[in-house]
Every structure is written in C-alpha cells, then in structure tokens.
Design a protein around this ligand. Structure first.
Ligand code: NAD
Ligand code: FES
Length: 282
C-alpha cells in the first residue's frame, strides 16, 4: 500500500506520482484530495487527487517541491512507499451540463483542474480550458487538457508561449468576443482566483474556486482550514474545497494564508502548511 509505482518530473520541480492505493482509487471523485505523510513524523500535506486507475489500484498525485515536506516527498523513488495517505477527503465537484463551461488552471493549480475538466466533458459540456504559467517551461498538462477540452487556450506571464499575460485576460477576451460562457471553475494562486471571481461577477457568470487554506487534520476537527463564504465560517476540508467564488472572503483567506509566513521564512526549510511533525524545538 502507498507504494510509488511511477514518478515523472513534468516541469521543473513539479512531479507526477502514481501511487498504489486500491481503495482510494476506487472511491475518489473529481475535486477530492488526500492528506499524505512521506515518513513517520513528517508534515501532513494535502494534495488533490488528479486521477486514478481503479483496475490497477493506483491514484495520481501532482505536486511542486516548494517547501521542506514536498522536497522530501520529491526525493522518494519508484518502489518507495508513503508513510500514509488518508482520503478521499472533501466534497466532490458538483457536475452538471451547463452548456458551455470554462475551466481555468494557474501554475501547478492546473493539476486539480484535470479531473474536473474530465467530469465536465463527460457530462456533455462544451468545454473551454484556459491554463497559465509564469513561463512556457512551467506550464503543465497542456496535452492532457487539450485532449479533454473542445478548445484550450494558454497564457504565460512572460509571453514565452500563448497569450502574453494572465489567464483572466484570456477569459475576458473570450467573453467580450461573444462566447456565452455559462459556468467557470478556477484553481490556482489565490490572487488569480480572486481576479477570476471579480471578472465573472462583473459578467454575472457562476464561478467556483477550489480553496487551499492551511490544512492540518482534514476532517473538520482542527479548524485550521476555516474560510468565510457568504458571511459564514466553513471548513474547506469537509465543506469544500470548492466554493462559490462570488461568496468567498478572499481578503481573509489571504490574511490567514500569510499567518506562518514569518515563521516559514525564519525556519527556512521547515514545512509550508502546518507545524505538526516539526521537531520539538521548532
Ligand atoms: P503562479 O503564481 O505562477 O501563477 C499561475 C498563473 O496564475 C499565472 O501565470 C497567471 O496566469 C495567473 N495569475 C497569477 N496571479 C494572477 C492575478 N493576480 N490575476 C490574474 N491571474 C493571475 O502560480 P504557481 O506559483 O504555480 O502557484 C500555483 C498556486 O496554485 C499555488 O498558490 C497553490 O497554492 C495553488 N494550488 C491550489 C490548489 C487547490 O486545490 N486550490 C491545488 C494546487 C495548487
Ligand atoms: Fe482541520 Fe479542516 S484541516 S478543520
């Protein structure tokens, strides 16, 4: 169980693992995630379930090696096993046929978009995909999303590939060009999701975003992942991670995401999301 059966670096420091876990492979649905620990005492890391092969009993995870724990995870090789993997967690994405739907992925936030895009396409949506990255080499899953979406548009911040600018520019151009987009789902950095929320609000287009607040237990017990949606407190791990973008308090989310910035900088290589698993002196 939890054995890594394949490993691929799909962009600099961004890895795709296939991991053996027959139960999760059978149960998972689009939008759900797992919490993993790579070793005893390791930090708990939430990662979206990007896909699964129920026959082979494997799940697909994609992550960027940005903090101590994800760098540790990236050191594991085929044949190694994760210490544990809890899931599937969170609410599956609500899927229906909206007519024309648009999925937007920013940076490695594009990974969670893949299973949702597949489910929306299966439901009969005419699907437009927009993916963005800082530069061409950081772009992920272009081929996979291109196979699913009727139309796939690309943006890079530096103009090295596709539209020179943000994913929101591409969405705005689409809508201004007369495309009747009936639903948008966006996953990526919080400023991007806020920008997509503001844009879709302006055009009165329903929009969902997948939030990534600090998470610890992933079961609704610790309160670490609390977010404000429509003036109410919600726990992203059990009530989400997807919420109505127009109802999310992004200012509060960003403030809470910055809570441990100073400690993270001070601790240097120590983990990115929570303090569980740190040595006692940290
Ligand atoms: P990044 O900062 O390189 O941005 C990726 C793209 O997002 C940019 O190319 C641009 O098109 C768009 N973008 C960024 N800021 C924008 C703004 N202000 N307005 C409009 N568009 C903007 O992304 P990264 O460094 O690869 O980080 C990916 C992010 O995705 C991380 O913050 C991570 O936490 C998040 N993520 C979220 C989930 C989830 O489930 N919610 C999962 C994985 C990753
Ligand atoms: Fe603890 Fe959600 S991670 S309540």
């Amino acid at each position: 169980m939890n054995e890594i059966v394949s490993k691929e670096e799909i962009a600099p420091d961004t890895f795709r693992y296939e991991i053996r876990h027959p139960k999760i492979a059978k149960k998972r649905r689009a939008g759900q995630f797992v919490i993993i620990r790579s070793h005893e005492g390791g930090e708990r890391v939430p990662l979206t379930l990007v896909g699964s092969d129920p026959d082979a009993g494997t799940v697909t995870l994609i992550f960027q090696a940005v903090g101590h724990s994800t760098k540790e995870l990236a050191q594991l090789e085929v044949g190694d096993a994760l210490m544990d993997m809890a899931g599937p967690l969170g609410q599956p994405t609500h899927i229906e046929n909206y007519g024309t739907a648009c999925v937007i992925g920013g940076g490695y936030g594009t990974a969670p978009v893949l299973p949702i895009a597949a489910a929306l396409a299966d439901a009969g949506n005419d699907l437009i995909g927009i993916i963005g990255a800082r530069s061409k080499d950081l772009l992920i899953l272009e081929k996979e999303l291109g196979d699913i979406c009727a139309e796939l548009k690309v943006a890079t911040d530096d103009g090295s590939y596709g539209h020179h600018g943000f994913v929101t520019d591409v969405l705005k151009d689409l809508i201004d060009g007369g495309r009747e987009v009936k639903f948008v789902l966006a996953v990526g950095p919080t400023p991007m999701m806020r920008a997509v929320a503001n844009l879709t609000r302006e055009y009165d287009i329903p929009c969902m975003v997948s939030l990534n607040p600090l998470m610890i237990d992933g079961t609704g017990m610790c309160g670490g992942c609390r977010v404000e949606v429509g003036g109410e407190t919600k726990f992203a791990c059990v009530d989400g991670p997807e919420f109505d973008a127009h109802q999310v308090n992004f200012d509060l989310l960003m403030k809470r995401q910055a809570t441990y910035k100073a400690e993270e900088a001070e601790a240097g290589h120590w983990g990115s999301h929570c303090k569980i698993g740190l040595p006692k002196d940290k």
